[in-house]
Design a protein. Structure first.
Length: 401
């Protein structure tokens, strides 16, 4: 063995730090079953089934027709960034300039760039456990160390500031917050922000706010208000239109970056993506700033709130499950341990026996073991059909015990 093969065998390449047993194993099997004609009930993927609003599609198409098809500045078109800076200044209540706005192809770039700009090998990053799997993976890719802060069902899956205080140390460079949260659907507890601000003040540490589900906050705290005490020069905000405007495939993300990191993030864009597609950038202005946009996002949130209510009612009626009701996001995260199955076995058997796809909780970290993620991203009729099958599966499983 020589070269890359030898290094791969010893796991010395950055890519070898990523887990290869795919989070999408269940999904692959579901696709296989669908191809062989089985009926599949998709409660696995976190992708809304709603269309991208037509006025956003029109803005993008008009821009492409006008000839916005070349490179832009790496951080994005200056006029778009100026307009978005005004939008976010009004929302957050502190001044932001175009320099603080970076347009990225998907909000994962915010964490990727933050790690490359802030962490040295061996530095630590506090991430929610359970949490979005990409946090741990990108942290390892940057040769930093992911340290999970536990979200416990008995605390309503809300982070406990005492846990964060116990984990913070001189090597902690970043704390990742995600509210509403994937996979549990819960939000930060009231009073969390000021206490976190106090803690962060004593360390050389930034906070990354992952706002992927911000517009899908049904009855949790408002993260903008809750986290307003954090020093703005230590906060990176990751925004995406994927969920709020049903734009997963557009790869439309916005990073709010403090002055001191703006040049680092821009040079990382130059050397990785060059820039977000120019015509997608132009569509961001109406997508984020128009009154139409607020109406659409509120409408999409109302649709998912109803789906959340249906999901909570149905899951709570199933034998063998217990559930902390989600206050936002697209997910419920029931505890399945009373069934006697592991979350992997549960997801696999549920799929094989009923065609219903859910995500096993362990892919979200140790704290997800014994849970499954149920995405309420389908119509009430489709959810009902899936829940009818899941209910019967649980009845059978509990009788077999
Ligand atoms: C918590 C969280 N953050 C970020 C993302 C990334 O979204 P995108 O890459 O589509 O912007 C997702 C996607 O599922 C997510 O669940």
């Amino acid at each position: 063995m020589t070269g890359p093969a030898l290094r791969a065998a010893h796991g010395q390449r950055p890519v070898d730090r990523l887990h290869r047993q795919s989070a999408f194993a269940v999904q692959h099997r579901a696709d296989e079953m669908a191809r062989s004609g089985r009926e599949i009930f998709q409660l696995g993927l976190g992708e809304p089934d709603l269309p991208t609003p037509s006025y956003i599609v029109t803005a993008m198409a008009d821009s492409a027709r006008r000839g916005d098809t070349g490179y832009t500045q790496p951080a994005g078109d200056p006029a778009v960034r100026s307009r978005l800076a005004r939008h976010y200044s009004e929302r957050l209540g502190h001044p932001l300039g175009p320099n603080n706005i970076l347009l990225v192809p998907g909000s994962n770039m915010a964490l990727h760039f933050a790690l490359l700009a802030l962490a040295e090998p061996g530095d630590e990053v506090l991430i929610p456990d359970p949490g979005y799997p990409v946090y741990a993976e990108l942290t390892r890719l940057a040769d930093a160390v992911p340290v999970g802060y536990r979200l416990r069902a008995e605390n309503g899956f809300q982070p406990d500031i005492a846990d964060l205080a116990a984990l913070l140390n001189a090597r902690t460079r970043l704390i990742v917050l995600n509210s509403p949260h994937n996979p549990t659907g819960t939000s930060l507890p009231a009073g969390f922000g000021p206490r976190l601000a106090e803690l962060v003040g004593s360390y050389d540490c930034h906070v990354l706010r992952d706002e992927a589900y911000r517009s899908l906050n049904f009855d949790g705290v408002d993260a903008d208000r809750e986290l307003s005490a954090l020093p703005a020069d230590r906060v990176i905000v990751a925004e995406t239109l994927s969920k709020s405007h049903a734009m997963c495939g557009w790869r439309a993300g916005v990073v709010l970056v403090p002055d001191a990191l703006a040049a680092d993030f821009a040079v990382l864009m130059t050397n990785t993506n060059c820039c977000m597609p120019a015509f997608v950038q132009q569509a961001l202005v109406p997508a984020l700033t128009s009154t139409e946009s607020q109406r659409v996002a509120a409408g999409y949130a109302a649709v998912h709130r109803e789906r959340r209510d249906l999901t909570v009612r149905r899951l709570r009626a199933m034998p063998g499950l217990s559930l902390v009701a989600p206050t936002g996001s697209l997910y419920a995260f029931p505890d399945i341990r009373a069934t006697g199955l592991s979350d992997g076995e549960f997801a696999q058997r549920l799929l094989e026996e009923t065609g219903v796809v859910v995500m096993p909780g362990h892919i979200f970290g140790t704290g997800g073991q014994g849970y499954v993620r149920v995405a309420f991203t389908r119509s009430p009729q489709q959810l009902t059909a899936a829940f009818d099958r899941m209910h019967l599966f649980l009845q059978r499983t509990m009788e077999e015990r």
